[in-house]
Design a protein around this ligand. Structure first.
Ligand code: ASP
Length: 396
């Protein structure tokens, strides 16, 4: 009995009970929202220090800066190629499973979304005040500063270097210990988060958009199971199913929180403790991946663009599909790792091929639901990447 009551199994039970309670006891679940918020806040509480310290420790413990270049190139190559593969899969599936859009209303309330522009994005890459970036949880700034700081520390004389590294080594372990305590609360946290979403949105909204929902989910499953599974098997030479059973807690938390960054403490913990991925690699590849590597988001943006085009009767040329391929890949890199971030960067894809932005208003009703699947895939992609790169770096 005790073996059955693991945090992972209880989390699965939390998700199932959350869905049931959301359907049958919506009032209760709306009132229990605070439990999910507490869980989410606890995760967010440690994520920024954890990103800083884990990237710092991973670089500081590399044998040389050449290793950093090596790992960085491998990670970026992995992120980029898997994201592009995800978009490609989305495009192929949508072209095979043609949408029948008769009967779907074309109205919706246009959301307040600031359009995404690359100028603004690039401008926000460099922090002007690192403390402000820490306070506002700007992961990309923290990553950049952490890399600079680590490279500087590696160049210090040994006596000074050891002091700084020793301090952050202890800090890292302490943060991971806190992560473990928070993870123990995940069954209750996911129960409340999922139950609230079901109670608030209702299952009914899915019905009119069911084809869109099905295509996104089928595409995501093909990418997560077949594409990433094969990459794990062929490039990383490990069994993805066995790996999944070790890291599944992170996937379940990603599914319930819809935030890759809030899931990061869990991903780091399960990857290093349960799946025994080398700490140096996981400490670098997971935080960076949580911020820039989003396969599920990329796939979903491509499917959404084609769906809205069919709904508005717009025939997309092959050239326009290539533009969708490129912009969806970039939009996924630019998306923040928080709930519904993909909706914001979707404006980039829509504008690039001239689709009406009102289209976003139509699919917003099912966004939170699809966010669960895409965030789970985003985190799964990061975890597979961490294992593959640690194998390629011969650390595993
Ligand atoms: N919620 C997703 C994530 O955190 C991003 C998105 O909206 O697609 O990974």
């Amino acid at each position: 009995m005790k073996r059955l009551l693991t945090v992972e199994n209880l989390t699965v039970a939390g998700i199932i009970l959350g869905i049931l309670a959301g359907v049958y006891l919506p009032e209760l679940m709306l009132n229990l929202k605070f439990l999910g918020d507490v869980f989410l806040n606890l995760l967010k509480m440690i994520v920024i220090p954890l990103i800083f310290v884990s990237i710092f420790m991973s670089i500081a413990s590399l044998a040389s800066l050449n290793d950093l270049k090596n790992m960085g190139i491998k990670a970026l190559l992995y992120y980029f190629s898997t994201t592009a593969l995800a978009v490609f899969t989305g495009l192929v599936i949508t072209n095979i499973m043609k949408f029948d859009v008769s009967g779907i209303p074309k109205e919706g309330e246009v959301p307040q979304i600031n359009s995404f522009t690359w100028e603004a994005f690039l401008n926000t890459l460099i922090p002007s005040n690192i403390f402000e970036s820490f306070a506002e949880g700007k992961a990309i700034h923290v990553i950049l500063f952490s890399i600079l700081f680590a490279v500087a520390v590696v160049g210090l004389v040994n006596s000074k270097k050891e002091k700084v590294v020793g301090f952050f080594d202890g800090t890292n372990d302490a943060l991971l210990k806190i992560a473990k305590w928070i993870i123990a609360l995940s069954p209750v946290g996911v129960f409340s988060l999922i139950g609230y979403v079901v109670a608030d949105k209702g299952i009914g909204v899915i019905i009119s958009l069911w084809q869109y929902v099905v295509v996104v989910i089928v595409g995501i499953l093909i990418h997560a199971v077949i594409n990433l599974g094969l990459i794990a098997y062929l490039v990383g030479k490990f069994n993805p199913f066995k790996y999944f059973t070790k890291v599944r807690e992170a996937i379940l938390v990603a599914f319930s929180t819809c935030s890759s960054s809030a899931t990061l403490p869990v991903s780091l913990e399960v990857a290093t403790e349960k799946a025994k991925v080398d700490k140096k690699t996981a400490g670098f590849v997971l935080p960076l991946g949580a911020t820039v590597n989003m396969d599920g988001t990329a796939l979903y943006e491509a499917v959404a663009a084609i769906f809205i085009a069919s709904l508005f009767g717009i025939e997309l040329t092959l050239f326009q599909q290539v533009i969708i391929f490129i912009t969806a890949t970039l939009a996924a890199v630019g998306a923040a790792s928080i709930p519904s971030a993909g909706l914001v960067t979707m404006t980039l894809v829509f504008s690039a091929v001239g689709l009406p932005l009102e289209g976003i208003a139509i699919i917003i009703a099912v966004d939170r639901f699809l966010d669960m699947f895409r965030t789970a895939t985003n985190v799964w992609g990061d975890l597979i990447g961490a294992k593959i790169i640690s194998r390629l770096m011969k650390n595993d």
